[in-house]
Design a protein around this ligand. Sequence first.
Ligand SMILES: [Zn+2]
Length: 191
Amino acid sequence: MPTNITHAIPALAIGLGIGRHILPLKVIITGALIASIPDLDMIGTRYFNVPWDSIYGHRGYTHSIFFAICTALITALLFSGVVNRKHFKRYFLFFAFCMLSHGLLDFCNEGGLGVAFLWPLSDLRFHSLVQPIMNVNVSFRGLYLSTSGLPVFLSEILWVWLPFLALYLILKYKLIDQLKLNILKNKTTLK
Ligand SMILES: [Zn+2]
């Protein structure tokens, strides 16, 4: 699996890129935190002998689209208020993105079983044919306190951090709008 820091990156990039006037900082931070919720299934596999390939094992039901939507729905209701539901739609969409990004990163990760995206409709596991993100197969100590975690971080920086940094800059500085404006200006000058 990718590291939990990397699971927070899509939420931070999109949230901060869109801007705090649309998504308050506490919503962005919550999005970054809930993006790691699916991996709580590791408790079952590590401490309660739940088989890896069980739907209750790692990358099972907690990584499904259904679970992502339910978690996003509850979190958005908590933030927007159950009664007046202020900003509910935008919070829900953001939290759903954060949750779904987890499954998508795991989908592109070389380790473990595939992701049960379609639970409860199907227990089928999905794994990308191309899996550029390296698997974390070292201990916590090895990952963060030694050089053995370096290749993992390098692969995550290359395939997740940098693309999302680019996305953050595009959103933050409205680069697409500026590009359109420049094209329009050039056309007007040519006329
Ligand atoms: Zn996961």
